[in-house]
Write a protein that binds this ligand. Structure first.
Ligand SMILES: Nc1nc2c(c(=O)[nH]1)N[C@H]1C(S)=C(S)[C@@H](COP(=O)(O)O)O[C@H]1N2
Ligand SMILES: [Mo]
Length: 359
């Protein structure tokens, strides 16, 4: 594992990249349903833009009757909604792939759960008046840079990502608060999108423009990057990463932890899925040979994670063993034993191993 290579950030976060700054939560430190903002992972592709709230505008353009240019004050004056929503980077867990893949070597901490407050995207679109041809809404961030992978467009591009209209008007929030405080610069000040049940890639930060299109959008961050192969019969088709996959992660014990022999150990972690409830979490303490039901904690909140625990009667005989967790949701979707190679270095939700020493 890349643990030794990774640097510790002053805030107790693991630094995956210095510029632009990319930070991972040490997942072993999970101890609350809501991830404190300073422990919420940061994933940024381009340098963080500096935005003065007085100068900021949200432009709404394209297939709308009335293009808008909203100030932050105008946006904040609209009826607000608050929702607790988990967000996972589609590359979370990449370090577990073999052979090793290009990209940030995330362990288990590119995921978090926060309370977001903002304006429903539907309300803003309604104010602009959608034209009948409207098909998708492109969310564009103020950050920009050169796209890293070929084929790439010439010059600098903004981070941008589209949503089908049905999702855009369903439950997407244009959030200006996270955990009851104004968004921090790293998490998208002054406004970001929150897209419940979808991977983080669609949750555009530093939102500056909404473009309603009548044609499908094939931007860099949903084609060259953040896409995967879906099999239609025998013919794979490249599609953008959208909805999250059911997944459980163990927070403790951590990889390489020494667990006391002959005692009870509280194995615990979190599990999440997309537009369904977590129905069950199981834990294996013998590398996937046998499974035991974990206890789900708290209440189920749609598109937020669910914490869980399992009391492990640790054998009295010293040795090595591997723990795994797997979740199943109310739509009967569960985690695969192996990573699906058609998903490349994304959508990593197979049974992740946690190797420990019993002593
Ligand atoms: N403008 C902009 N929005 C962005 C990104 C970005 O680089 N620029 N990264 C995306 C990705 S890949 C993820 S996983 C989430 C991470 O959000 P966070 O940094 O608040 O955790 O933001 C998304 N929104
Ligand atoms: Mo991401």
């Amino acid at each position: 594992m890349s643990k030794a290579k990774a640097q510790q950030h002053p805030g107790g976060m693991i630094m995956r990249q210095k510029e632009p700054v990319n930070l991972e939560m040490p997942f072993g430190s999970l101890d609350s349903f809501i991830t404190p903002t300073e422990r919420f992972y940061v994933r940024s592709h381009f340098p963080q833009p500096t935005i003065r709230s007085s100068a900021w505008r949200l432009k709404v353009q394209g297939a709308v009757d009335k293009p808008l240019s909203l100030t932050l004050r105008q946006l904040r004056a609209m009826p607000a909604r608050t929702a607790t929503v988990s967000m996972e980077c589609a590359g979370n867990g990449r370090v577990f792939l073999e052979p090793q893949r290009e990209g940030a070597q995330w362990e288990a901490g590119a995921v978090g759960n926060a309370e977001w407050t903002g304006v429903p995207l539907a309300a803003v679109l309604e104010r602009a008046g959608l034209q009948r041809s409207a098909l998708e809404v492109i969310l564009e961030g103020a950050d920009q840079g050169e796209a890293p992978k070929a084929p790439s467009p010439a010059g600098k591009i903004h981070y941008a990502r589209s949503l089908p209209l049905a999702k855009a008007v369903d439950d997407v929030i244009l959030a200006y608060q996270m955990n009851g405080e104004d968004l921090t610069a790293a998490h998208g000040f002054p406004v970001r999108a929150v897209v419940p049940g979808w991977y983080g890639t669609a949750a555009v930060k530093w939102l500056s423009r909404l473009i309603v299109t009548s044609e499908p959008y094939h931007g860099y961050f949903q084609s060259i990057d953040y896409s995967y192969w879906q099999r239609e019969g025998a013919s794979p088709s490249l599609i953008p990463i959208t909805t999250g996959r059911v997944k459980a992660q163990i927070a403790r014990p951590e990889s390489a932890e020494v667990v006391p022999a002959g005692r009870t150990y509280r194995v615990h972690g979190a599990a999440w899925t997309s537009d369904a409830e977590i129905a069950q979490v199981e834990v294996s303490t013998d590398a996937g040979a046998t499974w035991h039901k974990a206890r789900l904690l708290g209440e189920s909140t749609r598109n937020a994670w669910r914490l869980w625990e399992y009391s492990w009667a640790v054998p009295s005989k010293p040795g090595q063993t591997t723990l795994m967790a797997r979740a199943t949701d109310s739509k009967n979707r569960t985690q695969p034993a192996e990573h699906d190679e058609d998903h490349g270095s994304y959508l990593i939700h197979h049974w992740l191993p946690v190797a420990v020493t019993i002593r």
